[in-house]
Design a binder for this molecule. Structure first.
Ligand code: DCP
Ligand code: MG
Ligand code: MN
Length: 346
């Protein structure tokens, strides 16, 4: 009779049934058909029960309920909600795009292309996509590259590079920029800026970079080269992107692959480059905006005035250099009060 019908009537396990139905729908949307099936079976199995299922042992004995579902039956009984479901309620498309864009060198465009082609996991990509060498490295070391670097390890990585550099050429100066220079306790990667007194062009530093990289590969510190991320293309060869790994020590018994950027900077551009590579990116944007309101232009090479722009604000000439060498003087020329690197967070 109505109300006790095993398909539609109230059931002591209603809350769990609802949660399982929602999970099944999530797995259907994300094309995880095996899990979708498992939860749909679980729903039918629970509907046949007349008592509230409270323990793992009770649940696992029900045909159609396996280990994973039995655990969730208990979770529903104890917490009244499922952690997995809270996760599933987030937009799956966004979650997957987020996962894909965390592959080094993969931007939103590639991620969306993969999503639209039906790929939903890293395993999908490995099995079905012709990956570039970079993307393959990014996936092979996905967890490593997404693990932040503690400041103590940053110090240690820095001294390895600094020691190697000064051995090759004592006049070379190496500075760690990026979030490290802003005082961050952990960093996403390590950004090295390399310069030498009296240089005015990166070409004067290219040979050094080549030797430094070769040496660091030889000692096993640099473990992979990665192409320059698209959108930041620079053909001058003045940058090197890749991965490094700290030698095994008592403090670092199982080394993690770390992202490393090496950047050549002529002494004449040191101040502008320091500003750019110290960031953060939002602060940089605000400085560039300030420059443009003063009819100037700030980039990683210098602050310029009298930049000529044609139709559509297209740059016609670079203009004349106001300042490149000195970080503080660039702030002054922009009329911006000096901010220590630690204060450059908008
Ligand atoms: N930068 C920028 N705009 C970008 C990318 C970078 O202005 N689109 C500048 C500011 C950054 C610096 O380059 O501080 C280094 O770039 P990173 O991507 O290494 O960023 P951070 O070092 O600031 O942070 P993280 O700890 O994540 O490496
Ligand atoms: Mg960085
Ligand atoms: Mn970087």
């Amino acid at each position: 009779k109505a109300g006790t019908d095993s398909e539609s009537g109230p059931n002591p396990n209603d809350a769990t049934i609802k949660a399982f139905q929602e999970l099944a729908a999530f797995y259907e949307r994300t094309k995880q058909s095996w899990r979708n099936m498992a939860y749909r079976k679980g729903v039918s199995a629970l509907r046949r029960q007349t008592r509230r299922i409270k323990s793992y042992d009770e649940a696992i004995q029900i045909p159609g309920i396996g280990d994973s579902l039995a655990t969730k039956v208990v979770e529903m009984y104890r917490r009244g909600k499922l952690e997995k479901l809270e996760y599933a309620r987030l937009e799956p498309r966004d979650l997957i795009l987020q996962k894909f864009t965390k592959i080094y060198g993969v931007g939103i465009n590639i991620a969306e292309k993969w999503y639209d082609a039906g790929h939903r996991s890293l395993a999908d990509l490995v099995a079905n996509v012709k990956l570039t060498e970079n993307q393959q490295i990014g996936i092979d070391h996905y967890d490593d590259f997404n693990t932040r670097i503690p400041r103590a390890e940053m110090d240690s990585l820095a001294s390895i590079v600094k020691d190697a550099a000064s051995e090759l050429d004592p006049e070379i100066e190496v500075t760690v920029g990026g979030s490290y220079r802003r005082g961050a306790l952990t960093s996403g990667d390590i950004d090295f800026m390399i310069t030498k007194p009296n240089t005015t062009h990166t070409s004067q530093l290219l040979l050094f970079l080549k030797e430094l990289v070769e040496h660091l590969i030889e000692i096993g510190f640099l473990v992979a080269a990665l192409a320059v991320p698209s959108g930041r293309r620079d053909d001058s060869g003045s940058k090197w992107h890749g991965a490094c790994v700290h030698p095994v020590t008592a403090e670092i018994p199982t080394p993690i692959w770390r992202r490393i950027d090496l950047l050549l900077v002529p002494a004449s551009e040191w101040g502008a480059a320091l500003i750019y590579f110290t960031g953060d990116d939002i602060f940089n944007r605000s400085l560039r905006l300030k420059a443009s309101t003063m009819s100037m232009r700030l980039n990683q090479r210098g602050l310029y005035k009298d930049v000529m722009r044609g139709p559509g604000r297209v740059k016609v000439t670079e203009g004349s250099l106001v300042e490149g060498r000195d970080e503080r003087k660039i702030f002054e020329a922009l009329g911006v009060a000096w901010r220590t690197p630690e204060q450059r967070i908008v």
